[in-house]
Design a protein around this ligand. Structure first.
Ligand SMILES: NC(=O)c1ccc[n+]([C@@H]2O[C@H](COP(=O)([O-])OP(=O)(O)OC[C@H]3O[C@@H](n4cnc5c(N)ncnc54)[C@H](OP(=O)(O)O)[C@@H]3O)[C@@H](O)[C@H]2O)c1
Length: 312
């Protein structure tokens, strides 16, 4: 959701800590950068060679960040780029080569530079509660977390459920044309939804907070499919109905079939991976609890209805 972020947060003490941000040209990363700057942090954005010409990099520079092009395979250069930082925040996106390999280079550099804290690119449902093999992308996060937990650095993962913004885009759940909310399993299963902007704002606050625990869990709103039906009706002024496609066993078979027919295994988000994510959420296993929403009370959490109301 497009959002204007004020340059400074009223009433908060400016923080001058240096935060190293990887993935700063991405959808989530650029927002984390803006919220860090708003909180008075010194932001050092690490981007791969060639990406400095991107408009996102120019925007970060204009807002006051230092943008450094660095080869993420060159650990000496990465270590130098991490020097003096209070926290390294990753908002990288990719498959094994990025989430495990590149993030491990970044972690080793952070440790070598003596950075005390690291926030990995997790930003998801609670993968620690999911069985291995149930979600390809979350398995990669679990694999990286094993490296992270062995490293002499304080780690904090931000878990936020599904980006609420996806409900007006890629997630085939709220079917605006048909006025249906389509789901598998139980219409009353609670699930976690947080906007990209709220996730970024919370992550920025966590990056500047030296006392964070291993996991922080937030949800802009906890809603079931029945809740989404009500939110869609309220947001549009039109009556939406629930549409139960089938049970979770049948959904699992559809995912296997989709994966066999359309593997696209080099895509970060092929259709079957989005389906795995929804399947995980529908089981209730990765439900976030307890929630840390009140940790930074200045954050206003955007509701599902507010996001659905932006659908043109
Ligand atoms: N919970 C949810 O529903 C949800 C939804 C979407 C995303 N996410 C998560 O949010 C995080 C960020 O995703 P995003 O959508 O913001 O991703 P994105 O827009 O695709 O941005 C990815 C960033 O990673 C950088 N990058 C990728 N490969 C790299 C490499 N090999 N070396 C260095 N930099 C590399 C990109 O840099 P370049 O500009 O150089 O390409 C870009 O800055 C990920 O963990 C993603 O899984 C969660």
């Amino acid at each position: 959701m497009a959002e204007t972020i004020p340059a400074h947060l009223p009433g908060t003490k400016p923080a001058s800590a240096t935060i190293v941000l990887a993935g700063a040209t991405g959808a989530l990363g650029r927002l984390i950068g803006q919220y860090l700057l708003q909180r008075g942090a010194t932001v050092r954005a690490l981007i791969r060679p060639g990406s400095g010409v991107k408009p996102e990099a120019a925007a970060l520079r204009n807002q006051g960040a230092t943008v450094l092009e660095v080869d993420f395979n060159n650990e000496a250069a990465l270590t130098e780029a991490c020097a003096g930082a209070a926290c390294v925040v990753s908002a990288l996106s990719g498959l094994h080569d990025v989430i495990v390999d590149t993030q491990t280079h970044l972690l080793q550099a952070a440790v070598a530079a003596g950075v005390p804290r690291f926030i990995p690119s997790d930003y998801s449902i609670d993968y620690t509660k999911l069985p291995e093999g149930s979600n390809r992308n979350l398995d990669l996060r679990r694999e990286f977390s094993r490296n992270l937990d062995k490293a002499p650095i304080q780690a904090t993962s931000v878990l936020n459920g599904m980006f609420t913004d996806l409900l007006t885009g890629q997630a085939p759940v709220v079917l605006f044309g048909l006025k249906r909310v389509a789901y598998w399993g139980d219409a009353y299963q609670p699930m976690d939804f947080t906007t990209t902007a709220n996730t970024a704002e919370f992550t920025a606050a966590a990056a500047l907070d030296p006392t964070t625990p291993r996991y922080l869990r937030v949800a802009g709103e906890v809603a079931s499919m029945q809740g989404l039906q009500q939110a869609a009706s309220a947001a549009t002024g039109e009556k939406f109905k629930l549409f139960r496609i089938g049970g979770l066993g049948a959904f699992g078979n559809v995912i296997k079939l989709t994966k066999a027919l359309m593997p696209a295994s080099d895509d970060v988000f092929p259709p079957w991976q989005g389906m795995q994510y929804l399947h995980n959420m529908f089981t209730g296993l990765p439900k976030l609890a307890p929630l840390d929403n009140n940790r930074y009370p200045e954050i206003h959490w955007t509701s599902v209805r507010e996001v659905l109301a932006t659908k043109k």
